[in-house]
Design a protein around this ligand. Structure first.
Ligand code: A2P
Length: 264
């Protein structure tokens, strides 16, 4: 699986499995096992998703060594202070059954995020997490954070898909040296992008699915993607995106589909 080098030299597999809204233990277990079989080595969870314990269990049982996979978790909005953030991190580590996280994110720029960031910086400097970053931070939040930060965030994880492309944020993150990570890269299968005729025509030309074309488009923009699926066939499909390339013309055609429309 292709990797991206973050601004602190840590490598992250460019494609991971998102486990948002997979709470059922058996469903999660099947999805993660299928993903591992298909070569996924990056798993994206959060305290909010209530599945850290289950994910940790499947990874522990997988036979993979700890340094063979990459795990991200996120601190939720109900945590607002430095001490609470450290406690929330300890809780995530315990549930995931691991001694360190690869990436820990502030889930949303809600109350107290500067104080939360200080806790993340200390966890990072103590070697408990290999990289720290943010999620859902817009331009002003990033400016405020950077003015006050000791450690620059490694990533900003934000909603992005063909109907919500965020080119200005993309440009800004590139300038700042912060990796762009996309959540709901398929528009959560809710906004029609998977049925878009332009994308369907490109898919047909490459003998790929529309989902694969959308993921390939994200990858060629240099993004990290974490598509979610609970179906083994789709998990496999979503990982088979490293054996073809979209032309510059096809990239432009997809760029023209932007509607600035979030799914949320
Ligand atoms: P399911 O979990 O039933 O497979 P996103 O990652 O953008 O949030 O999208 C997740 C949604 O897209 C889920 O509803 C998932 O359904 C669906 N999905 C994931 N992969 C594919 C695919 N290859 N083709 C069609 N739908 C997909």
């Amino acid at each position: 699986m292709e990797q991206i080098t973050l601004n602190n030299d840590v490598k992250i597999p460019q494609l991971g499995l998102g486990v948002f809204q997979i709470e059922d233990q058996k469903v999660l277990q099947d999805a993660v096992q299928a993903a591992i079989k298909d070569g996924y080595r990056h798993f994206d969870t959060a305290a909010l998703y209530r599945n850290e314990k289950e994910l940790g269990q499947v990874l522990a049982d997988s036979g993979l060594k700890r340094d063979e996979y990459f795990v991200t978790s996120k601190v939720w909005n109900d945590v607002t202070t430095y001490d609470e953030t450290k406690a929330a991190f300890a809780e995530s580590l315990k549930k995931l059954g691991t001694e360190y996280l690869d990436l820990y994110l502030i889930h949303w720029p809600t109350e107290g995020y500067l104080e939360k960031w200080r806790a993340l910086e200390d966890l990072y400097e103590d070697g408990k997490v290999r990289a720290i970053g943010v999620s859902n931070f817009e331009k002003d939040d990033l400016a405020n954070l950077l003015t006050n930060a000791r450690v620059k965030p490694a990533v900003d994880q934000v909603e992005t898909h063909p109907y919500y492309q965020r080119p200005e944020l993309h440009q800004l993150l590139t300038e700042l040296g912060i990796a762009y990570e996309s959540w709901s890269p398929l528009g959560r299968a809710q906004n029609g992008a998977l049925q878009d005729p332009t994308i369907a025509a490109i898919a047909q030309a490459h003998e790929k699915s529309t989902a694969q074309v959308i993921l390939r488009w994200h990858l060629q923009l240099g993004e990290i993607v974490i598509p979610k699926s609970t179906h083994a066939a789709r998990i496999a499909e979503n990982s088979a995106v490293f054996d073809f390339e979209l032309t510059p013309e096809e990239m432009t055609l997809i760029a023209q589909l932007d509607q600035g429309q979030a799914v949320g």
